[in-house]
Design a protein. Structure first.
Length: 438
């Protein structure tokens, strides 16, 4: 069955030759992974353990050799370990082809302590980028395959090992590459990075690793979208707690350089938005420092040049405000000045037309949610925004129309009022743009 499956790959001739001549280690890494993936899919879930057993014995045998911690610094030993990891990843990626493959691999990996061995290897080889990436991607493939097939079997163990993996890498990275990573007043994550001729290469590797970790955490949050439950109708594990813990661990890796990369920035703020939208009730119960970082990250997102990141910021503000409003404004989120500050900021952006037209709906939704929370407090905030503006009177008149025209009432339970406000908001923004052109 495996031989019949090989022609399904465009590289099947190369694979067949490598298998026939026993030259597997000489194949490039991506080919080694693809070969094992194709073979596992072709052989079927019943043969996965047959393929995995010798691979597991070889992998753990290497790690159990005396002095492995020192020997893994040698190029030849590391290459042999990378070869094993590529094969492991090939088998884990085969889990993307079906539920049976995914469950079989995770069950074997758990029983054979493969996941624990991978975490241990991360601890030993955290300085070797090629090994680190392979380990993270192997875990990511496992998480993704279980998310695809709505499977919660083994998920608690897998999530726990994923968190251990992130924690191990983050602890080493914090001590060797970054120091005092905190969210500064500007909203960017500040961090001192290693200087020197190799700084650029190290930064590239750190960015790739951060992207892989973000992919892993994002795929873990996808369990929120699945209709799966444990005994008694409840989950066997807390996705929210795992996600917030993962976010707190990788924050120290998010540097100003990383946030300048669109793919990393969008993934990071997408993860942040998911947590804010799905778990707004947990925000005030977080560690105060982590909660403060999240609030400052939202402020940073609003001013970001990337439209997707900016949209994440407005949606996060909307989610938090609507949650607070839904508690009759009694949630702990109202204890800070976050909502008044956000309202002032959004109003200034509207007055200055400081947002792309494609964000109109997102900005309007944020305004609606903030006005629902603040009610009459929005009026003095607007007055403070335009106190020294040359068009203050006209802006005040336009604002009055925004909050009163079409008999609008700031009641989020009534769709008609929200629709009326959206119409008013479009007119208000058009007036602001016209005034700006004068």
């Amino acid at each position: 069955r495996a031989q019949r499956a090989l022609p399904a790959s465009p590289n099947w001739r190369l694979f067949a030759g490598a298998v026939q001549k026993d030259e597997f280690p000489g194949l490039p890494g991506e080919f080694r992974r693809e070969l094992f993936e194709v073979v596992c899919i072709g052989a079927g879930p019943g043969s996965i353990e047959v393929l995995l057993r010798p691979l597991q014995q070889r992998f753990q045998g290497l790690m159990q050799q005396p002095g492995f911690a020192e020997r893994c610094q040698q190029e030849t030993v590391r290459q042999e370990m990378e070869c094993c990891l590529e094969q492991l990843r090939g088998v884990s990626r085969a889990g993307l082809s079906g539920r049976a493959q995914a469950q079989t691999f995770l069950r074997f990996a758990t029983e054979a302590q493969l996941l624990a061995s991978l975490v241990q290897l991360m601890d030993l080889c955290h300085m070797h980028h090629s090994v680190v990436i392979l380990i993270i991607r192997c875990f990511d493939d496992l998480v993704l395959s279980h998310s695809m097939f709505d499977s919660e079997e083994g998920a608690p163990v897998l999530c726990d090992k994923c968190l251990q993996l992130v924690q191990v890498y983050a602890s080493h990275s914090a001590s060797s590459h970054t120091t005092n990573a905190v969210m500064m007043g500007s909203g960017a994550v500040a961090s001192a990075t290693t200087a020197g001729p190799s700084a650029s290469a190290e930064e590239d590797e750190a960015l790739e690793t951060l992207q892989a970790l973000l992919d892993l955490l994002v795929h873990m949050t996808e369990w929120d979208m699945l209709d799966v439950a444990g005994e008694g109708g409840g989950r066997k594990f807390d996705v929210g707690a795992v996600s917030f813990m993962g976010l707190s661990l990788i924050l120290k890796l998010v540097t100003p350089t990383a946030l300048e990369v669109p793919s990393v920035s969008q993934q990071f703020f997408g993860l942040l938005l998911h947590l804010v939208e799905v778990y707004p009730d947990r925000l005030s119960g977080l560690d105060p420092q982590l909660f403060g970082v999240i609030l400052q990250a939202i402020v940073y997102a609003l001013d970001n040049a990337c439209l997707e990141v900016c949209k994440c910021g407005f949606r996060a503000v909307t989610a938090m405000a609507l949650y607070h409003y839904g508690t009759q404004c009694r949630s702990p989120l109202g204890r800070s000045d976050f909502f008044p500050r956000m309202c002032s900021k959004v109003l200034r952006m509207c007055i200055d037309c400081y947002f792309d037209s494609s964000l109109l709906m997102s900005v309007g939704a944020a305004c609606w949610a903030l006005f629902c929370v603040l009610q009459d407090q929005a009026q003095p905030l607007m007055q403070a925004c335009v106190a020294d503006h040359p068009q203050a009177y006209r802006i005040a008149v336009a604002f009055q129309q925004l909050v009163t025209a079409n008999d609008v009432r700031f009641n989020n339970t009534c769709r008609q009022h929200k629709t009326s406000f959206n119409n008013n908001f479009e007119v208000f923004v058009a007036i602001m743009r016209a005034l700006r052109m004068k």
